[in-house]
Design a protein around this ligand. Structure first.
Ligand code: FAD
Length: 253
């Protein structure tokens, strides 16, 4: 094993591997691209949860600290947003908002997750969209400027499109914002693997059955192919690809 050198897929073939399986996930967080997202107290949900759970930031004296927030806005309405909101609450935040641009009916999180969040006192600010994070003189978050939304005509996803209500601006009094509006595959692999086809979301394109990609001998599965999905789908893709890779190597000339 080589330590300290970044290996590309082609390096692996040069080292004598017959096939490569890519399962690098979809761990690159998306942000809102609004002013103030560089302020202290703004986290992606992935960073926030990684700090708490893996790096043990919940413990006093942890080497990986996290702000002990008083009032938190979690932007997004999926399962990861619910995880982040409930974690913030358990870390001691007095008020935690879920800020979501559509309504309660449209929340993408599982119903149980939403119910559990409500039980833990999370406040749902639906039909609300952030437009700017406000900072104090020391560069810390001191508020979130938002606008109210209403639901218009259905968009290409079939869901009703949220439309801004004119003149509805208001400020949420928060000291932290956790952005949970989705993740995408890290671009590294598609940039370093010539001939590997990806779609417009940056997901690796496969045959949808065996995990076969556009490159011979290169298979892929899990979130890197589907975008952020579930453990069970990633495990299933791994099993199917394992069989296909076995067939491929056995039949290779
Ligand atoms: C906060 C959160 C909560 C979730 N909760 C649930 C849940 O309750 N139930 C559920 O089913 N799913 C849940 N999911 C989704 C689930 O975690 C993923 O769908 C699943 O882990 C995808 O598996 P994967 O193997 O494709 O990718 P991952 O599990 O993301 O694994 C990818 C691995 O590849 C590594 N990697 C990335 N790039 C490279 C590279 N260039 N070289 C080498 N290694 C690389 C990464 O470090 C990582 O270890 C959750 C996700 C998140 C973020």
């Amino acid at each position: 094993m080589v330590i300290g050198k970044v290996l590309t897929v082609d390096d692996l073939f040069e080292q004598g591997y017959d096939a490569v399986y890519i399962s690098s996930g979809a761990g690159l967080p998306r942000f809102m691209n609004i002013p103030g997202e560089g302020l202290k107290g703004v986290y992606s949900a992935n960073e926030y949860l990684t700090r708490i759970n893996l790096m043990k930031a919940y413990q006093e004296g942890s080497k990986t600290p996290i702000l002990r927030s008083r009032r938190v806005a979690v932007v997004g309405g999926g399962n990861v947003a619910m995880d982040a909101a409930r974690s913030a609450r358990r870390l001691g935040a007095e008020t935690v908002y879920i800020v979501y641009r559509r309504g309660m009916e449209e929340l993408p999180a599982r119903k149980e997750e939403v119910e559990h969040a409500i039980e833990e006192g999370i406040v749902f600010k639906t039909l609300t969209n952030p437009v700017e994070v406000l900072g104090d003189e020391n560069g810390y978050v001191k508020g979130l400027r938002c606008v109210e939304m209403k639901l218009g005509e259905p968009d290409e996803s079939g869901r009703r499109r949220p439309v801004e209500v004119e003149g509805s601006e208001f400020t949420l009094d928060v000291d932290s914002m956790i952005v949970s509006v989705g993740t995408s595959p890290n671009p590294l692999l598609r940039q370093t693997t010539p001939g590997l086809n990806t779609d417009r979301r940056g997901c690796i394109v496969t045959d949808g059955v065996n995990g076969q990609t556009s490159r011979e001998g290169v298979f892929a599965g899990g979130d890197a192919v589907t975008g952020a999905a579930t453990v069970i789908l990633a495990m299933g893709a791994g099993k199917q690809a394992a069989k296909a890779i076995d067939d491929y190597i056995r039949n290779k000339q």
